[in-house]
Ligand binder design. Structure first.
Ligand code: ATP
Ligand code: MG
Length: 335
């Protein structure tokens, strides 16, 4: 008898992670782990480890880990333990125990190098029987059935990953990664706010939420009213110009990288690629981003730039789709 197999697609993101399963489950959790700071916190919280929104809500009582973030040492023990706990929890949301075996296609942040991927394997061992690791842009293109010829621009939190896709697995030369993405926009917005409003007290989470509510590029300045604490005193201010300026800072870098990806492609494919530039990841939700990038690209010929639907879950959905059609030989058995 055939073993009852569960397929899963996992997108481990620096900011948030998603799992999609062949049993129809899908879950997105912020890539944050909280460990109670002391026995009092442990007692008050009633659990040893907290994940995602639960960890953030209790952040004052916890030590927080963002195990996939850029700059986090992947061989740091506390971080590895947090990563393992996070991934275990994520996979458990898909009820793997109801199946005989689990096959997974995994996307991990591009800054996680090959040696760190062996940590990833160690993390998954015991939970997943066989895995295949692919890049975010490739999973996205596969999920969209745009494998034939496209450029996928995944604007995430830690990085923007740009790849040309033409019918096969992209190689290293087909992909480029830059650090201009959601986090860099947040940092820019913090510094613009602090420059304009001396003494303003803002955290990264505050500006990220404002950005997610108001983000836009191009066009007229749009009013964005927010409540700011300036030296402890409430002040309601319009940060519309600053939101746009912060989002704009990423654009030239993204455009230049798309141009480089086109220019180094087989010349016969270049028109196809220019005509199918797909934006994905949370950053593709910036109002006006597709038009803005298309404008800047127009000097290299006819271009078509579009945003995919459901950009937050697209990578995991594509990974799941891929997991279900790949022959077993493509997988690496890990137990
Ligand atoms: N409406 C929005 N406007 C602008 N940015 C947004 C919006 N919604 C989400 N984001 C940003 O998108 C980023 C998260 O996107 P995504 O989930 O694709 O990242 P990730 O996969 O965790 O990161 P990475 O791919 O770099 O590892 C965050 O920086 C978030 O603030
Ligand atoms: Mg991502």
């Amino acid at each position: 008898m055939m073993a009852d197999r569960l397929y899963i697609g996992i997108d481990l993101g620096t900011f948030q992670s998603t799992i999609s399963s062949s049993a129809g489950k899908s879950e997105t959790i912020e890539t944050v782990v909280g460990k109670p700071k002391d026995p009092v916190a442990r007692n008050f919280l009633g659990r040893d480890v907290l994940f995602g929104a639960d960890a953030l809500k209790n952040k004052l009582a916890c030590n927080l880990f963002r195990p996939m973030a850029a700059g986090v040492a992947q061989d740091d023990e506390a971080n590895l333990a947090a990563a393992k706990a996070f991934v275990t929890n994520l996979i458990e949301t898909a009820d793997p125990e109801e199946f005989d075996e689990v096959y997974g296609v995994i996307c991990s942040p591009s800054h996680i190098s090959f040696t760190d991927k062996s940590n990833l394997v160690a993390t998954l061992r015991g939970q997943v029987n066989a895995i295949m690791v692919v890049s975010e842009p490739f999973a996205t293109a596969f999920g969209l059935e745009e494998i034939g010829g496209s450029i996928v621009v995944d604007i995430g939190a830690g990085t923007t990953d740009i790849a040309r896709i033409y019918g096969t697995f992209p190689t290293e030369e087909d992909e480029m990664t830059i650090e201009h993405a959601g986090d860099s926009i947040d940092n820019e917005l913090i510094s613009l706010i602090c420059k304009k409003y001396t003494g303003a007290q803002v955290t990264k989470d505050m500006v990220r939420k404002w950005k997610e509510e108001f983000s836009y590029v191009g066009g007229e300045v749009v009013e964005c009213m927010v409540e700011l604490s300036v030296e402890g005193k409430k002040q309601v201010v319009d940060i519309g110009d600053l939101v746009r300026d912060a989002c704009e800072t990423a654009m030239p870098h993204i455009v230049a990288t798309i141009k480089a990806i086109v220019a180094s492609a087989d010349p016969e494919y270049q028109p196809v690629l220019r005509n199918n530039v797909i934006l994905s990841g949370g950053g593709s939700l910036i109002q006006g981003v597709a038009d803005r990038i298309a404008d800047e690209l127009s000097d290299i010929g006819d271009v078509n730039v579009w945003c995919c639907e459901d950009p937050i879950t697209k990578v995991a959905d594509g990974a799941l789709a891929l997991s279900q059609v790949m022959p077993d030989e493509q997988y690496t058995s890990i137990n």
